[in-house]
Write a protein that binds this ligand. Structure first.
Ligand SMILES: *Cc1c(COP(=O)(O)O)cnc(C)c1O
Length: 367
């Protein structure tokens, strides 16, 4: 069975928009894209400034090559997107018929899976994580939910998960991939993979036509401002996404900077950053541990921790008034009382500690 049989028939039937730049390389006398003949910025600045009058490459060749080398895949199995957010949206649009198909996700988790499903008119099947077990995935319930609902076309899993920090058990992932073969697409969002010592699931792609892995430069590459994400899957699945992606998703300044990010010296800088985050995470945990208002601290395997507190709302407001911004989840009943804290710099953690000290005194005075 082919991946096309899982996709929306109208997407399988359509042809990708053929943009001027995808039909012919940007060389020679370019009179095919209704562009201006020159950039108003002139040619004194960055290389892209002089070319700003030109549309960028739809999938910049050099960037695709660098990313393919980084993740250890062939070029045909990779699509560069405007952040992972765009990848999530493309997948939902390609595989879910409005009003008929469903997306499965496991809350508490990243909110964009739900938004993409709602925007597409897909139903949402939830397999909640168990609060009592540090919100770990319940593999048994996941498989049961799949068997109970034949509408599910797309399964979003996150490893490590946001905001609970747990990584998926490799045995469960394999079982799930077998279980969903010819039935549904499994999307493993590895936005935080670099912070976690476990191997990526990328190597499973060659044996599983229904596996998609999402990576991003937003977290461990310290480049959230770039908006650069990557979808990894077998070429047949990637080809379906190419049909609906915007013709020029990556602005030329972004491509230029992304290439800079992936130069050899950046790997060393990234290693240093990851070591710094690991050290600071220990500091953050030490700062939080033993405080009377911390009911539970879920460390997870990413660059944040999740804390169950006695009074999340008041604490969040208190910190915000003093310039320390943490993440609460007021709209999520499963996360009532929880606060997610990103691992910042050493001075960020010191600032947090000072505010928490002051908060403790306030609470003690009131008691
Ligand atoms: C932060 C995050 C992303 C990154 O999204 P971008 O659009 O690439 O910035 C993706 N997935 C999860 C679970 C995240 O927490």
């Amino acid at each position: 069975m082919s991946i096309e049989s899982l996709a929306r028939p109208d997407i399988v039937a359509m042809r990708a928009y053929s943009s001027a730049r995808s039909e012919a390389p940007a060389q020679g006398v370019l009179l095919n894209a209704n562009e201006a003949p020159r950039s108003l910025l002139g040619d004194a600045g960055a290389d892209w400034e002089a070319r700003l009058n030109r549309y960028p490459e739809p999938q910049p060749r050099l960037l695709v090559e660098r990313l393919a080398a980084l993740y250890g895949v062939d070029r045909g199995g990779l699509l560069v997107t405007r952040g992972s957010d765009e990848g999530i949206d493309l997948l939902t649009r390609v595989f879910c018929r409005a009003g008929r198909d469903a997306v499965l996700h496991c809350p508490p988790t990243f909110g964009m899976y739900r938004i993409a499903a709602q925007a597409q008119g897909a139903a949402i099947v939830e397999v909640p994580r168990a609060a009592a077990a540090d919100f770990r995935l319940d593999g048994g319930r996941l498989l049961e939910a799949l068997d109970a609902d034949s509408r599910v076309k797309l399964i979003f899993l996150t490893s490590p998960n946001n905001p609970t920090g747990d990584a998926i058990d490799p045995g469960l992932l394999r079982r799930l991939l077998e279980h969903t073969r010819d039935r549904a697409v499994v999307v493993l969002d590895e936005a935080y993979a670099e912070f976690c010592p476990r191997p990526s699931a990328v190597d499973l792609i060659q044996d599983h036509a229904n596996l998609v892995v999402l990576r991003t430069l937003s977290k461990a590459w310290a480049a959230a401002g770039l908006r650069c994400g990557v979808v990894l899957a077998q070429p047949a699945l990637i080809d379906l996404l190419r049909r609906v992606i915007a013709p020029y998703p990556l602005p030329s300044p972004v491509v230029s900077l992304a290439l800079r990010m992936l130069e050899q010296d950046m790997l060393q800088r990234q290693r240093e950053l990851l070591a710094e985050v690991a050290r600071n995470k220990q500091r953050l945990i030490a700062t939080l541990a033993g405080r009377p208002f911390v009911r539970r601290l879920i460390r997870g395997e990413a660059n944040f921790v999740l804390v169950d507190t006695a009074s999340a709302e008041a604490l969040l407001a208190y910190c915000a008034e003093r310039g320390v911004i943490l993440r609460g989840f007021p709209a999520d009943p499963m996360l009532h009382g929880y606060i997610r804290i990103s691992v910042g710099s050493e001075s960020d953690i010191a600032a947090l500690a000072a505010v928490l000290d002051a908060w403790e005194e306030t609470v003690e005075e009131q008691a």
